[in-house]
Design a protein around this ligand. Sequence first.
Ligand SMILES: Nc1ncnc2c1ncn2[C@@H]1O[C@H](COP(=O)(O)OP(=O)(O)OP(=O)(O)O)[C@@H](O)[C@H]1O
Ligand SMILES: [Mg+2]
Length: 119
Amino acid sequence: MEAIDGPTLEMLDIKDRPQEQQIDFITRLRHGLRAIRFAGIEQTDWHLNQILCPPDPRDPSLAPDIVFIDFAFALQNLGEEEGCPLHLDPRNLENALYDWGIDEDIMKSCWFEATEEEY
Ligand SMILES: Nc1ncnc2c1ncn2[C@@H]1O[C@H](COP(=O)(O)OP(=O)(O)OP(=O)(O)O)[C@@H](O)[C@H]1O
Ligand SMILES: [Mg+2]
């Protein structure tokens, strides 16, 4: 396993960063979730410490990178008949971000509704 040198999302100061950085970060987080679900993977254990945020290697003052970790309890949709279908609404991470205190206007501006391929 690759060791990721960066804080967890919970430890991150993203809420104190400029609004454009927050929007950039939350948008990438949303697309990351979309990609995970499109791949048929359901992270059943979302919380802020399952997301690591190493600094952008080009410039640490920019919004950090995003690495999802700990899929120990994840479900995988391996086929239409025998697989484990996605069943949880993809709002768990969204709710965790709201609970953490990400600005509502920022969330509304970039946390898009679940797309068809996420189900
Ligand atoms: N690849 C990694 N690189 C750097 N740090 C890591 C890595 N994997 C895990 N950690 C650190 O260890 C913590 C716990 O990791 P992980 O979520 O895999 O274990 P866990 O036992 O499921 O913990 P939890 O119950 O909090 O989810 C992470 O929040 C992170 O701080
Ligand atoms: Mg964990």
